[in-house]
Design a protein around this ligand. Structure first.
Ligand code: PKZ
Length: 187
């Protein structure tokens, strides 16, 4: 998870959402950010000044592992989704290759997890990222943190491997922004 010595700093795309702007969902059925997933995380991710984002995730009863506590896998998903959304600030489509999570504090149901994530380096198709989730406020104690390696892919990654009915529906999505996010592969 350590970027190689020749890795470069991330470059914000000139057409990236402005700092403070919501990124919106890349796919309405995404478990992380989609509005159509009843039990999903409904993450709303906001662009930062650089190649960084913030997001909030409210832990609901459907997200439990132990009684009254968030499931660790769900927390990893929140971190994964937040870091994955960084690709849009560089106008890259990326997928998670490797993700590691530290669970520092239990996260009760009802908690708002305040997430922040940034790209630490880019090396060819490899995008190195880091994220934290805090409770009690954006400056509160760290409950979870993660590092992940994302790999840049082309849209064929989805069209070749995704189930056809969902791919066809995504391609016909009338939402211009979401469609652009799904198909934008320009550097
Ligand atoms: C029509 C509809 C369109 C919809 C458009 C939607 C757009 C918006 C989607 C966003 C979605 C986000 C959602 C949240 C993030 C997920 O949850 S993504 C889902 C979970 N992830 C996956 O399913 C990925 C599954 N894995 C794979 O498909 C392939 O292994 C990968 C990751 C594409 C890599 O395969 P590859 O392209 O053949 O690349 P490969 O040459 O093996 O590796 C490239 C480099 O990465 C390194 N690497 C690869 N994997 C690893 C690893 N696990 N550990 C360490 N290094 C690795 C390699 O060593 C290599 O390094 P170099 O040799 O260049 O130094």
């Amino acid at each position: 998870m350590t970027p190689p010595s020749g890795a470069a700093a991330a470059v914000r795309h000139p057409d990236a959402p402005a700092p403070g702007e919501l990124l919106g969902s890349h796919y309405e059925h995404c478990f992380g950010c989609g509005g159509a997933q009843a039990h999903g995380l409904h993450l709303e991710v906001r662009a930062g000044e650089g190649v960084d984002v913030t997001a909030e995730f409210t832990v609901r009863p459907v997200h439990q592992g132990a009684p009254g506590l968030a499931h660790g896998g769900v927390l990893s998903t929140a971190l994964d989704e937040t870091m994955g959304s960084l690709g849009w600030l560089m106008h890259m489509i990326v997928v998670t290759g490797h993700l590691e999570t530290d669970f520092v504090r239990p996260v009760p149901v009802g908690t708002v997890l305040h997430l922040s994530a940034a790209v630490t380096a880019v090396d060819g198709r490899k995008v190195f990222t880091r994220a934290t989730g805090r409770i009690g406020g954006p400056e509160g104690p760290v409950a979870v943190r993660a590092e992940a390696l994302f790999i840049k892919v082309d849209v064929e990654h989805f069209t070749d491997h995704g189930r056809d009915e969902e791919i066809q529906a995504a391609m016909a999505d009338p939402d211009q922004v979401r469609r652009a996010r799904a198909f934008e592969v320009n550097p």
